[in-house]
Structure formats: structure tokens, C-alpha cells
Design a protein around this ligand. Structure first.
Ligand SMILES: Cc1cc2nc3c(=O)[nH]c(=O)nc-3n(C[C@H](O)[C@H](O)[C@H](O)COP(=O)(O)OP(=O)(O)OC[C@H]3O[C@@H](n4cnc5c(N)ncnc54)[C@H](O)[C@@H]3O)c2cc1C
Length: 379
């Protein structure tokens, strides 16, 4: 049997993969996306996107909203533990809620790439200057976009899950019945965020139309299920969410940028999105870095003009660093003892000023960081 030949094979059809594929396809390359799932598929995610994401994707919101959930967001409640502390209103739309099963499917179809869905990456061998994947697909370049457990990242040398300091999260998303909606004080335009007392994570409740998404993510997975259950019970007791959540919480893990250290390029290989460990350190937002890395990788691929040796892909690594900074945590007030730092941080986070200017504007909305403009960026 002769191999299915393409210029670029992208393993993973999430936002990173589909965005990269679209940019390459528009430039005339033959692009194939392989994904182990058949779309539409679910992805454990709160589904919060910022206007910068809409801009980077050139998303036509009118078209997108036809038959899909698109929840405008104009305000937030933030809190500590299960206690609300601040309400911040922007008087304009500053974010959107989407459902990942719809969003990812839309982007994948829009990419124009050829698709091999329901097919997992199993192997890849270097043969005659090209990759042969699963013994069936021949590609000059393979881009790993398979999320946190991406097999291409593992092939390139990442020790998935072993020495990594990942975030573990659990969430549930479901369509509320009329009686559940009546017992839900959370509104669509005003999602709620509650930080854990030890500041190692946060919980959220997001209402998107009639869908409710409740979850909690923390550093490490120690007693995660217990934190999630306590959080959900407390919100239900306050009447913020209905008490009868259907089904089980689903879990997933991923790397924050400061904690990631995976190789992102090799001969004929690039790694993008969660597979490269790019999610924003303070908020855990990963869709925007996934999309930006997909666009930056595509820019480098086109500049490489078919020569995909490692040294021709270094621009991508440089562009990531220019955009997201050096890896590793910035030492915050490190002269103070840890307990005092924690007490100070907790007190600050309860104030309205900090909630608006730091938590929301800087950490979650990144209002200081405009959408990626590749004609001006480092690539
Ligand atoms: C609970 C939770 C809540 C979150 N909330 C938000 C949020 O509100 N906003 C935000 O911006 N980010 C959020 N994130 C992060 C965000 O979900 C990810 O950063 C984002 O999905 C990364 O996109 P990606 O394309 O890199 O990977 P993914 O979306 O994970 O896509 C990877 C794709 O690769 C495929 N794949 C995997 N293995 C293989 C294989 N062996 N062979 C073939 N295909 C394979 C998968 O089927 C999948 O389709 C959240 C994460 C979690 C866990």
C-alpha cells in the first residue's frame, strides 16, 4: 500500500493544531490533521476565551453564533475559599464563553486541512528524509499538537508526567433543566472565580446560555476530588449552583508555562499548544497560547521553505520566548517568609482594587497584551 503523502502532518486537531493547519493551508501547503478522536469531541475546559483570541482567529462571531453557544461576558465575581469578595463590572463585553465540543469542531472544519479522524498516532520512523507515521502517512514535517499527553512531544524527549509539575483539574459541564436553572444564581454575563485559601489553584462557575460549567484546578493532584466536592457543595448551599449536578466530574492535567520545560523543535518536528506546556501561569488560560503558538509555528514553517532541519526551526523557539518570556517562576517578594507572603497575598486578593487591576485585567484578561500580530512580532 502506498503512503498518504503530505507536506505537514499535524497530530491533534484542537485549537493549536487547527489554527496552525489553517495558516499553512492558506499558504498552499498540503496539510493533514490526524486526531484519535472523531469530532465533535468533548474537551475538559471551562471554555473562556478573550477578545484577543477572537481577533487572532479572525473569528466571525455572527457566523460562529449560528447554532452554537456564544456567551458574552461583561463582569466577574471573585472570591477566596467559597466566599465572594469582589464584583467587577466592565460595562462592555470583555470575554466570551464557548463550548469546546462546538468551538474545536468549528475551527477544525474551517481549517481546510485533510482530516484523518478516529486515528491515534502510534509510531513514526525517519525514512529517506521524511517521516513515516503509523506506517501509512509520509510527511516532510510533523507538528505535535496532541495536548498535554502528546505522543510527538514524548517522541521528541519530553518525560510526560514524570518530572513535571502539572495542574490537575476537574469539571462538569451540562445543560440545566428549568428547575436547575431556577436554582442557579450564577449568570452568563458574570462568571465567578474562587481562589483556594492556599492559593494553589481556583474554582469557577461559568454559565453559558443554559449550560453550566463548574470546576476547580490545582497544582498537583493531592486530594483534588475532595477540594472539588467541598467547593461544589458550598456553592450549592449558597444557592449559586443547583444541588443536583448530573454525572461525574471529569479530570485533566496540563502544564503552566513557568513549569514547562519540554523540547519544542527537532529535525522535522515542532510542538505547539499544551503539548509544549504554554498555558498562562496565573490563570491557566491555554487556548490563547495554543492559537498563538500555532500561528508562530506556521510562520516559521513557511519561512523554512521545505527545509525542516532543526536549525531552520529555531525561529519558532525564539518567537515563543519573545512572546511568553523565560520559563521559571519570578521570585515574588522572596525576602519575606512564606507564611507572611501568603497572608499578604490573601489580604490583597480580597480587595476590589486587586481583583480588578491584577487578577482580572492582568492575569485573566491580559488587557496589557494585544492580540498577536505576526507582521510585527519576532518571527
Ligand atoms: C479543567 C480545565 C479548564 C480549562 N479552562 C480553560 C479556559 O476556560 N480557557 C482557556 O483558554 N484554557 C482553558 N484550559 C486549557 C485549555 O483547555 C488547553 O490549554 C487547550 O485545550 C490547549 O489546546 P491544544 O490544541 O494544545 O490541545 P487540545 O485541545 O488538548 O487538543 C489536543 C488534541 O490532540 C488529540 N490527541 C491526543 N493524543 C493523540 C494521539 N495519540 N493521536 C492523535 N491525536 C491525539 C486529542 O484528541 C485532541 O483533540 C482549561 C484546561 C482544563 C483542564
Amino acid at each position: 500500500m502506498s503512503a498518504d503523502s503530505c507536506d505537514v502532518l499535524i497530530v491533534g486537531g484542537g485549537p493549536a493544531g487547527s489554527t496552525c493547519a489553517r495558516a499553512l493551508k492558506q499558504a498552499g501547503l498540503d496539510v493533514l490533521i490526524m486526531d484519535k478522536a472523531v469530532f465533535p469531541r468533548d474537551k475538559v475546559c471551562a471554555g473562556w476565551i478573550t477578545p484577543q483570541v477572537v481577533q487572532e482567529l479572525s473569528l466571525d462571531l455572527g457566523d460562529y453564533a449560528r447554532g452554537r453557544v456564544l456567551q458574552p461576558i461583561d463582569s466577574f465575581i471573585t472570591g477566596m475559599g467559597e466566599q465572594a469578595n469582589a464584583e467587577v463590572s466592565y460595562q462592555k463585553v470583555v470575554s466570551y464563553g464557548i463550548r469546546r465540543c462546538e468551538f474545536d469542531h468549528y475551527l477544525l472544519e474551517r481549517s481546510g486541512a485533510r482530516l484523518r479522524l478516529g486515528e491515534a498516532w502510534k509510531s513514526m520512523e525517519w525514512q529517506g528524509g521524511r517521516w513515516l507515521v503509523n506506517g501509512e502517512v509520509s510527511a516532510a514535517l510533523v507538528i505535535g499538537a496532541g495536548g498535554h499527553f502528546c505522543p510527538v512531544a514524548r517522541h521528541l524527549g519530553a518525560h510526560l508526567g514524570k518530572e513535571e509539575r502539572a495542574i490537575s483539574a476537574q469539571e462538569i459541564e451540562f445543560e440545566m433543566t428549568d428547575s436547575q436553572a431556577a436554582q442557579c444564581a450564577v449568570t452568563g454575563v458574570r462568571p465567578e472565580l474562587y481562589f483556594c485559601e492556599d492559593l494553589k489553584g481556583y474554582g469557577w462557575c461559568f454559565r453559558k446560555g443554559n449550560y453550566l460549567n463548574v470546576g476547580l484546578g490545582r497544582e498537583g493532584n493531592h486530594r483534588l476530588a475532595e477540594h472539588v466536592q467541598t467547593f461544589a457543595r458550598s456553592l450549592a448551599a449558597q444557592g449559586r449552583i443547583p444541588p443536583d449536578l448530573p454525572g461525574k466530574f471529569k479530570g485533566h492535567a496540563y502544564l503552566l508555562y513557568a513549569h514547562g520545560n519540554r523540547p519544542v523543535i527537532g529535525d522535522g518536528i515542532m510542538i505547539i499548544g499544551d503539548a509544549a506546556g504554554l498555558a498562562y501561569t496565573q490563570s491557566g488560560e491555554g487556548i490563547r497560547p495554543a492559537i498563538e503558538s500555532g500561528l508562530m509555528a506556521a510562520t516559521n514553517v513557511l519561512a523554512a521553505s521545505g527545509d525542516y532541519r532543526r536549525e531552520r526551526l529555531v525561529q519558532y523557539e525564539t518567537a515563543l520566548r519573545a512572546r511568553f518570556g523565560e520559563r521559571g517562576e519570578a521570585p515574588a517578594l522572596s525576602v519575606l517568609p512564606a507564611k507572611l507572603r501568603l497572608a499578604l497575598a490573601r489580604a490583597l486578593m480580597r480587595t476590589q482594587w486587586f481583583a480588578r487591576n491584577v487578577i482580572l485585567d492582568r492575569w485573566f484578561l491580559h488587557s496589557q497584551l494585544p492580540a498577536l500580530n505576526l507582521s510585527r512580532s519576532a518571527t
